[in-house]
Ligand binder design. Structure first.
Ligand SMILES: [Zn+2]
Length: 384
């Protein structure tokens, strides 16, 4: 009787452990490799001189003034990392995000200095408005379902609050029911402000486009919009072309999920929304098919490269995007992913370097060829 040929392949003929016996053999058959060429190092630039302020929730990552950022950029380049992405902390915020598109904006200043001092480092510019808006949202805020303006809503809330505060004086001597009534009133004031605003998609596009042109003029090589407004890639492409920046590529944060893993970043970039949250523009973490639509639309609008953010909780999205689209694919290993590794390691609960490399490898294996990571410098040192 003929044996099934597959049976010939099984144990004891086949022993997968044969190729795992030594370091050299494991290295020979390794399917996925990490190199510093894949890394992009995120940097937070702030006003001042000689400033190097460590971010509490991200040990080892700092807010840097322009002069310190240049030194950091030199170090990054010397480690074989080809690129940095810049975020800015402006000295003042307003309701039109002027700091994002001003020619002397903080990122524009940093870009000019870095281009001068480290000319072969690729500079990515994150394009968003949240760090520059007084309200901390990624777009222009307009009144929602009621005709009332945001300012009026805030004024109403404030005067109502003053009444509540006045009534709450002497809470200590009030009855429990009265205290609860005051608390309920405060809660309804908060809810009314939150329900009365909307992020105005189309009005935001103009500011995002203006920011992109200004950053490119300052020396940014790759424009990376992270706001998640609909149509922003097309708007930015048109504005760049209009300004004759036809060769400036766009790396779009195409599938950016509303995520709890961004927590430490908000401290780093001082960009937490002052009211509401970002769920009306960032993606719902449950939606893989919608992520494919977001990516498809961004490519149609002219994105040269796409990004999935965060990385490790969304490896399936990275893998699906790799399967389906033939443009360079980036993944952003975000602040919370970094902070978890650092926190567990500092407690002695995990081996930091090993977990760091395993996390990066998983992102690479899922299909991302470019990895934005706060671990870029340390990982590059290990790979050297
Ligand atoms: Zn934003």
């Amino acid at each position: 009787m003929l044996r099934n040929p597959w049976c010939l392949m099984s144990f004891p003929v086949t022993r997968l452990r044969r190729l795992r016996r030594t370091d050299q053999l494991r290295n020979l058959v390794r399917e996925t490799r990490l190199t510093p060429d894949a890394f992009v190092y995120p940097m937070f630039v702030c006003p001042g001189e000689g400033v190097r302020k460590e971010i509490r929730s991200m040990p080892g990552v700092c807010n840097l003034s322009v002069d310190e950022a240049v030194k950091e950029a030199q170090e990054v380049r010397s480690l074989g990392i080809p690129s940095v992405i810049l975020f800015g902390l402006p000295d003042k915020k307003d309701e039109v995000a002027a700091g994002a598109w001003a020619d002397d904006g903080i990122v524009q200043q940093a870009a000019r200095a870095m281009k001068r001092e480290v000319p072969d480092l690729i500079l990515m510019g994150d394009v968003c408005l949240c760090e520059y808006m007084s309200h901390g949202h990624c777009g222009v805020v307009k009144p929602g379902s009621t005709p009332q303006s945001l300012g009026a809503a805030a004024r109403d809330a404030l005067s109502a609050r003053q009444g509540v505060v006045a009534r709450s004086r002497g809470l200590a001597v009030r009855s429990r029911e009265e205290k609860e009534k005051v608390i309920d009133e405060l809660a309804s004031i908060v809810a009314s402000v939150v329900s009365k605003f909307e992020i105005d998609n189309d009005a935001s596009l103009e500011l995002l486009a203006r920011t992109s042109v200004s950053l490119t003029r300052a020396g940014i090589d790759i424009i990376a919009p992270s706001d998640m407004m609909d149509g922003r890639v097309a708007a930015i492409r048109a504005a760049l072309d209009e300004a004759s920046f036809i060769n400036t590529p766009i790396l779009s944060y195409a599938a950016k999920f509303a995520s709890g893993f961004y927590g430490p970043f908000r401290e780093a970039a001082d960009s937490a929304p002052q009211f509401g949250d970002r769920r009306s523009y960032q993606m719902d973490g449950a939606n893989l098919r919608e992520a494919m639509r977001e990516i498809e639309l961004d490519i149609e609008e002219g994105a040269d490269m796409i990004m999935v953010k965060p990385a490790m909780p969304y490896l399936d999205v990275i893998a699906a995007a790799r399967d389906r689209f033939d443009v360079p694919l980036a993944a952003y290993q975000v602040s919370g992913e970094y902070a978890m590794i650092e926190a567990a390691a500092s407690n002695g609960w995990i081996e930091r370097d090993r977990v760091m490399m395993e996390a990066l490898l998983s992102i690479r294996r899922a299909g991302a060829s470019i990895i934005l990571t706060y671990h870029a410098k340390d990982a590059a040192r290990l790979l050297a």
